[in-house]
Design a protein around this ligand. Structure first.
Ligand code: ZN
Length: 236
């Protein structure tokens, strides 16, 4: 008599294990599928408890950090201003429904190789590196965005289009002058495997622009412009 309930119990246990196996399957495939198609779809996955699975993942790279201070002009330090701006961009992108990963979130040194590895290993769909510019000519000002064209054709084209979408929206949002989309051979945009750009937000060496770029309100506009540009790029 007692053998029957035991049999039922084992049967139920096998069923439960099988069910778990099946339930886990769609989670992985949905995530992979979304990332493969560049995360443009933002369909919610009803079988997942965490909606972030379906959010496109973007890597933001705050230039410099730690011993590498970047440019230093009249007390303004590039590594600090890139991090502040990057944190605002993260917030703006999250508001637009994207998931953001930072290569650094504090004042620490991260090698260029490590920055690239982070983006490549987590299957990010886009990579944006944030920098501030400097020039011997202190009248030089405005925004310029670099992309690299030494990898496969699709990535070269995608990076150029991303640069152009972001630049247009940044200029619209801030009223800053555009110095255009340019080809650049920077390590982080060359070695990453997804569409990548390096944004030179403004010139620390131009007194007029320096006064503006250090203000939080201006950096907020920069962040909004970049988030809108990314949105335009992904939804086009
Ligand atoms: Zn820099």
């Amino acid at each position: 008599m007692y053998k029957y309930p035991l049999f039922l119990f084992i049967f139920a246990l096998i069923l439960a294990t099988l069910n778990l196996g099946f339930a886990a399957q769609p989670k992985t495939s949905i995530k992979k599928k979304h990332l493969k198609i560049h995360g443009v779809q933002k369909t919610k996955c009803t079988s997942c408890d965490d909606n972030s699975v379906s959010k496109p993942l973007i890597v933001l790279d705050a230039g410099h950090g730690g011993n590498d201070e970047g440019a230093k002009v009249h007390g303004l330090v590039e590594k600090k201003i890139t991090l502040r701006t990057t944190l605002l961009i993260k917030k703006a992108l999250e508001t637009h429904g994207y998931k953001v990963h930072l290569t650094r979130s504090k004042d620490s040194f991260v090698s260029l190789q490590k920055r690239v590895n982070i983006a490549n290993q987590i299957d990010a769909i886009l990579f944006l590196s944030i920098h501030y510019n400097s020039s011997k000519n202190n009248t030089a000002k405005g925004i310029e965005i670099f992309y690299n064209d030494s990898s496969e054709l699709w990535r070269n084209k995608a990076s150029r289009r991303l640069a152009s979408c972001v630049l247009n929206q940044m200029v619209q949002e801030t009223g800053a002058s555009s110095r255009g989309v340019k080809k650049g051979n920077f390590f982080v945009i060359r070695e990453t495997q997804m569409p990548s750009v390096l944004i030179e937000v403004g010139f620390m060496t131009c007194p007029e622009e320096r006064a503006v770029i250090k203000k939080k309100e201006y950096q907020e506009k920069i962040a909004q412009g970049i988030a809108k540009g990314v949105d335009r790029y992904l939804k086009a």
